[in-house]
Design a protein. Structure first.
Length: 158
């Protein structure tokens, strides 16, 4: 048992080292959204982008949803976009986003290919947020409950 725990610890540490950091270019992921559109992060390089890793089972994620929706409504799409990456079942994400008026693109993982977006960003916990500037550079990373990405984005966008 101890051997497996140590192996898991080392694997997690190695994976975390691969995670992009503030100042790095964001991974140029391509994925299919909940409404079956193809989304390529590089196509959004002319605006600020929030990539938000979340789940309907994650209470801090659920608590942030109304604040993110209000922020999204206040800023035009040519200046700001949110991309949700949900670790959840597609039907649960669809029901939650419709019930709460979350209109931004949603990527649902895992897929048949695993969790490629989550892995590209090195995400190991929820919620995790990445704020990306118009040049594709990560300017903020928020991990876990209490990472107030709405305040950070409000300061950047106002």
């Amino acid at each position: 048992m101890t051997r497996w725990l140590l192996l898991l610890l080392f694997a997690s540490a190695a994976h975390a080292q691969d995670a992009p950091a503030v100042g790095d270019l964001a991974p140029d992921i391509e994925a299919v959204t909940l409404v079956r559109d193809t989304l390529r992060l590089g196509d959004l390089r002319d605006r600020h982008v929030l990539v938000e890793f979340w789940g309907t089972w994650c209470s801090p994620c659920v608590a942030d949803a109304p604040r993110l929706a209000a922020l999204y409504a206040r800023h035009p799409r040519d200046r700001f976009e949110i991309v949700g990456v949900a670790l959840d079942a597609a039907d649960d994400v669809r029901a939650f986003t419709e019930a709460h008026g979350l209109t931004w693109p949603q990527i649902v993982e895992p897929t048949r290919d695993g969790r490629p977006v989550t892995e590209a960003f090195g995400v190991t916990g929820y919620p995790t947020s990445f704020v990306i500037d118009p040049d594709g550079v990560i300017v903020h990373r928020g991990d876990g409950a209490g990472a107030d990405v709405v305040t950070v984005l409000s300061e950047i966008l106002e």
